[in-house]
Design a protein around this ligand. Structure first.
Ligand code: CP
Ligand code: NVA
Length: 313
């Protein structure tokens, strides 16, 4: 089957078929391989990318900016200090104008709806670089990292421990459900993933053969090939910090939890930034089984693949 993603936005992986996700992962591997061989191309020459940020970022901004710029493209960073984003001018109007000047737009911010409006009115591809709901480019890098350790990830068991309803957990559930990767969310009931999303993923899992589970029992890490965690308090939820620490302290990923998998080759994953001593101990994230740094690097390769697939015919 020939796949073309030319002109497409990436707002959520729910919009992408398993074959399209596979295509992006394979292209990411190719792009990474080229980079390792020191091959430099000019595939974004003459193109421009608007990088809109309502929330802070290290990896996502740097991945988009370097991946685009090193191939001859011109990225422009615009924070809410610099640009009208539903401020003086309507979001629709900003989108229309950006669409006349840029080949594509990356948006990181609060509402998923903002990314949707940007895509609708700009008529150029819009990439979701994280919203309150989803973090799709992160999930691509996560699965690339999983595949680097285990080859085919289908049938592997990935356990996400922590805030089960955040953007990272949601995007992971979607990609695992689509690709047939067994996914267990270990979280206190108060932080269970959104019901509607669980239903959608349940239906996708029936097709792919993935087993998707949600539980509050940390013993569910048994036989996991990868343990994944994220911060307990996401950006924009700072006032919940104290409550989250109380609720999630039993869900810290430490050596004891790594040992509970019963597997010697379980890897540790984290999207970063990490709060060492909260969701993960320093010995685990800085230890031999941690792939967090490969994961961070893989953000760049996967993001370059997404831009190549959607901007080049
Ligand atoms: N993982 C991730 O999105 O990192 P940043 O917040 O630094 O972009
Ligand atoms: N869940 C985190 C992810 C950061 C990359 C947040 O939204 O802050």
């Amino acid at each position: 089957m020939s796949i073309s993603l030319y002109g497409r936005s990436l707002l959520t992986l729910l919009d992408y078929s398993p074959e399209e996700i596979r295509y992006l992962l394979d292209l990411s591997k190719k792009v990474k391989n080229e980079a390792k061989k020191g091959k430099v191309f000019k595939r974004f020459e003459g193109k421009t990318l608007a990088l809109l940020f309502e929330k802070r970022s290290t990896r996502t901004r740097c991945a988009f900016e370097t991946a685009f710029g090193e191939e001859g493209g011109h990225p422009v960073f615009l924070s809410t200090q610099d640009i009208q984003l539903g401020g003086k001018e309507s979001l629709e109007d900003t989108a229309r104008v950006l669409g006349r000047m840029f080949s594509a737009i990356q948006f990181r911010g609060f509402k998923q709806e903002t990314a949707e409006i940007l895509a609708k009115y700009s008529n150029v591809p819009v990439y979701n670089g994280l919203t309150d709901l989803y973090h799709p480019t992160q999930a691509l890098a996560d699965i690339l990292t999983l595949e680097e350790s285990f080859g085919d990830a289908k049938g592997k068991k990935l356990c996400y421990i922590g805030d089960g309803r955040n953007n990272v957990a949601s995007s992971l559930m979607i990609i695992c459900a689509k690709l047939g990767i067994n996914f267990t969310v270990i979280t206190p009931e108060e932080l269970n993933p959104d019901n509607e999303l669980q239903q959608k993923c349940g239906a996708l899992a029936k097709i792919s053969g993935a087993v998707i589970k949600v539980t509050s029992d940390i013993n569910a890490v048994k036989d996991a090939d990868a343990l994944y965690t994220d911060v307990w308090t996401s950006m924009g939820e700072e006032e919940k910090k104290e409550q989250r620490v109380k609720l999630l302290s039993p869900y810290q990923v430490n050596q004891n939890l790594m040992d509970k998998t019963g597997k010697r080759d379980t890897i540790f994953l984290h999207c970063l930034p990490a709060v060492k001593g909260e969701e993960v101990t320093a010995d685990v994230i800085d230890g031999a089984r941690s792939k967090a740094w490969d994961q961070a690097e893989n953000r760049k390769h996967t993001i370059k693949a997404v831009m190549l697939a959607t901007l080049k015919k």
